[in-house]
Ligand binder design. Structure first.
Ligand SMILES: Nc1ncnc2c1ncn2[C@@H]1O[C@H](COP(=O)(O)OP(=O)(O)OP(=O)(O)O)[C@@H](O)[C@H]1O
Length: 358
């Protein structure tokens, strides 16, 4: 590994008296598939969420190598972390966490719409992804009309549609039978690492972990083994928990983001739908705010048929800043071919659409 794509430096996180992370350091390169394993309560999800900028650590740093410069994820404002998650990271969870009122194609299109793509273009890209993942003909189905494996493939399409550099998955096959698990895992690996992207996945399944290029085992909030530790920069001896040294190239002085005193945001078990958030202004009907694909979205109430849901109901709050540097198509953004027929990443910026989106 020359330059880590994502690195953690001495991460510490406590919940009350529970030490969920106790000095975790690691470095992950582009194109790696990393399985995080460990007993229940060992800190796997906390580590995944901290790497993804969902949880802010009490101590330590997470650095993401953006195309322009390294970004200290753990020091970003909540708004900038949300934008980073929305535009550079993808998420797949055990239960998919699809929006039940929306069709498959709408679910996949939402992250693009949140990034400013007009609905038609977003849905066209979403449709390509659904087809690539073997879901042609199911675009108009709602999550309740899909099998568990199909719903997970929709979730994978949603995670990939923005051209995410890193996909984080938390037990993506945990609710599936073994046959369906293989299908979903093939889809996940084929759409990420096969395109040079990175997959970081929590799993209890040794068979799933065996398909990954690297296995990290966690116990009591510490890394106890790492099959890729020797490859980590600054860790030539492969010492556990020693992944990256202080003074790493991701030092925050080249930070392009607005750094603010970050607020600790308490997430519920569903990080897509945290409590206590205010509905964005301008909502046209009764809505519930959704933290969707790590952007703000507005899902219609259950009474609103999905086919009546205009793009204008999916809005980004006014305080999301423009000019985010990590755009698909930007110099430095991976532009590798899609060897398995997966759609290419979106190119360039979306068209303006009457100011409904940023
Ligand atoms: N929001 C929270 N509030 C309080 N304690 C928490 C919270 N989230 C996690 N914990 C505790 O932190 C520790 C690590 O939790 P975490 O969910 O990261 O473990 P895990 O390895 O992913 O577990 P599992 O495999 O059961 O999902 C556990 O003891 C857990 O009870």
């Amino acid at each position: 590994m020359t330059q880590p794509l994502l690195s953690a430096h001495n991460l510490v996180k406590s919940y009350g008296t529970t030490q969920a992370l106790d000095g975790v350091s690691l470095a992950i390169g582009a194109g790696e598939s990393v399985a995080i394993m460990g007993a229940s309560g060992s800190g796997k999800t906390t580590l995944l969420h901290t790497l993804a900028g969902i949880i802010t650590p009490d101590g330590g740093q997470v650095v993401f190598q953006g195309p322009a410069s390294p970004v200290e994820v753990s020091a970003l404002s909540e708004t900038d972390r949300s934008r980073l998650r929305r535009e550079s990271f993808g998420f797949v969870f055990q239960q998919g966490l699809l929006i039940p009122e929306l069709t498959a194609v709408e679910n996949v299109a939402v992250p693009l719409m949140l990034s400013g793509y007009p609905r038609r273009e977003a849905e066209a890209r979403a449709q390509h992804w659904l087809q690539a993942l073997g879901l042609a003909g199911m675009e108009a189905r709602r999550p309740g009309e899909l099998s568990g494996g199909q719903a997970q493939r929709v979730a994978i399409a949603r995670a990939q549609v923005t051209g995410a550099t890193v996909v984080f998955a938390d037990e993506p096959t945990g609710a599936l039978d073994s046959h369906t698990s293989v299908d979903v895992l093939n889809a996940l690996l084929g759409s990420t690492v096969s395109q040079g992207h990175t997959l970081v996945m929590v799993t209890h399944d040794e068979g799933v972990a065996a398909r990954c290029s690297r296995v990290i085992r966690v116990r009591d909030g510490r890394i106890v083994s790492d099959s890729g530790a020797a490859a980590a920069p600054g860790n030539p001896g492969g010492h556990l928990n020693a992944g990256v040294q202080a003074g790493h190239p991701g030092a925050p002085q080249s930070q392009q983001y607005t750094q603010q005193t970050h607020q600790t945001q308490q997430f519920t078990q569903n990080p897509y739908d945290p409590q206590g958030q205010q509905a964005p202004s301008g909502a046209q009907r009764e809505v519930r705010p959704m933290f969707y694909g790590d952007g703000w979205g507005v899902a219609s109430a259950a009474t609103l048929p999905a086919d009546e849901m205009p793009a204008s109901q999916i809005q980004v709050p006014a305080n999301v800043p423009r000019g985010y540097p990590l755009q698909p198509g930007t110099s430095g953004y991976p532009q590798q071919a899609a060897p398995y027929g997966y759609p290419q990443q979106p190119q360039g910026r979306p068209h303006h659409n009457g100011g409904q989106h940023r």
